[in-house]
Design a protein around this ligand. Structure first.
Ligand SMILES: Cc1cc2nc3c(=O)[nH]c(=O)nc-3n(C[C@H](O)[C@H](O)[C@H](O)COP(=O)(O)OP(=O)(O)OC[C@H]3O[C@@H](n4cnc5c(N)ncnc54)[C@H](O)[C@@H]3O)c2cc1C
Length: 315
């Protein structure tokens, strides 16, 4: 648990540097699972200079921090009181078209409306991103994707802070793959924004593609449920017929579809989702996730790796 005196000192420094912050914030409201305890301090820098101020204050006071984006790929601890939450705001919530087809997109923009609007301006290729929840910075972190598309395939530049300096790199200059980037592995960077160069398309075809992806999404996922999407990565293995093995098939095969623990359930509709029925704690979800991993491994020999990240200590 963070010491009260450290938090008070941090707050004085944040006020002096005019960095926005909130105290004693319930993190459940900031996560798609609607699970999470009270954070003593959430800092919300809105510009590069404010990020630098925050980093120097936290470093000076020896306060650990974790970065929260849209909270749609995280299971937040029931007691997130041993770190400061770092959440971008202000200028990072905007995007602009610098020149025709060249977009500069802040890391705290909401993925769904941003990529729907960009598509509806007549630029093609990124319609799939309009169905992914969360923020653009979080999507960069794990190279979010669906329906055959991945964010970094459409990205020309990523701007981030590492070791106190702003870097600008092309995707070819970083390590990345399926739901993976070096940012996620090393946790040493703050994604600020990205740039995309997109080709013009035919508006009717783009609208059709947006609709098609939205329909696919609605038919394949539990509707309006509190979750963090797929709990496990697909294992990248093939069955005897050469078809890819999906995580949900393994969970179904070991009989865990619909299993309930406390306020959490392995979704009966899409069993790679764990859903919050209303009163779930992080521990309930953790119990089910561990049960899946143990049972699948015992009965099939396959190891399922989590896609959803734990934010803070669980258990
Ligand atoms: C219903 C549902 C469906 C989903 N479907 C898909 C899908 O089809 N494909 C897919 O890929 N994902 C999917 N997801 C998962 C999730 O939406 C994506 O992974 C999303 O891109 C995460 O973004 P976020 O802003 O919510 O990140 P968060 O969950 O807030 O954070 C994820 C990670 O990124 C880090 N992070 C966030 N922002 C920054 C930053 N600016 N700088 C540095 N680190 C940062 C966090 O510390 C954490 O490590 C789904 C989730 C839900 C709830």
């Amino acid at each position: 648990m963070l010491k009260e005196i450290q938090i008070r000192e941090a707050i004085q420094n944040l006020q002096a540097s005019q960095v926005p912050f909130r105290e004693d914030l319930n993190l459940a409201s900031l996560s798609s699972f609607k699970i999470g305890g009270i954070s003593p301090l959430v800092v919300e820098p809105g510009e590069d200079e404010q990020i630098y101020s925050c980093l120097s204050i936290l470093q000076k006071l020896d306060l650990p921090y974790k970065i929260l984006g849209g909270g749609s790929n995280l299971l937040i601890s029931d007691h997130p009181d041993d770190f400061v939450v770092f959440r971008l705001s202000g200028s990072y919530k905007t995007y602009e078209m610098k020149e025709p087809g060249v977009f500069r997109i802040g890391a705290a923009t909401n993925t769904t409306p941003t990529f729907r609007q960009i598509s509806q301006k007549g630029y093609k290729g990124v319609e799939f991103l309009s169905t992914i929840p969360g923020w653009t910075g979080g999507a960069v972190m794990q190279n979010a994707g669906c329906y055959g598309g991945e964010l970094l395939d459409f990205t020309s530049k990523i701007e981030f802070i590492r070791n106190g300096e702003i870097h600008s790199k092309k995707p070819s200059e970083i390590e990345y793959g399926y739901r993976f980037t070096e940012f996620l592995k090393n946790k040493d960077s703050i994604i600020l924004r990205l740039e995309m160069k997109l080709d013009e398309g035919v508006l009717d075809e783009i609208e059709e593609s947006l609709k098609d992806k939205r329909n696919k999404r609605n038919s394949s996922q539990p509707e309006n449920k509190k979750s963090a999407g797929s709990m496990f990565k697909n294992p990248r293995l093939k069955d005897e017929q050469g078809n890819p093995i999906k995580a949900w098939q393994l969970i179904d095969r070991v009989g865990l579809r619909g299993r309930i623990q406390g306020g959490a359930q392995i979704s009966p509709e899409h069993c790679n989702f764990i859903v919050n029925l209303g009163t779930a704690t992080a521990m309930d979800v953790h119990y089910l996730a561990s049960l899946v991993q143990e049972k699948v491994h015992k009965e099939t020999g396959i190891t399922l790796n989590r896609e959803v990240e734990y934010f803070g200590s669980i258990p």
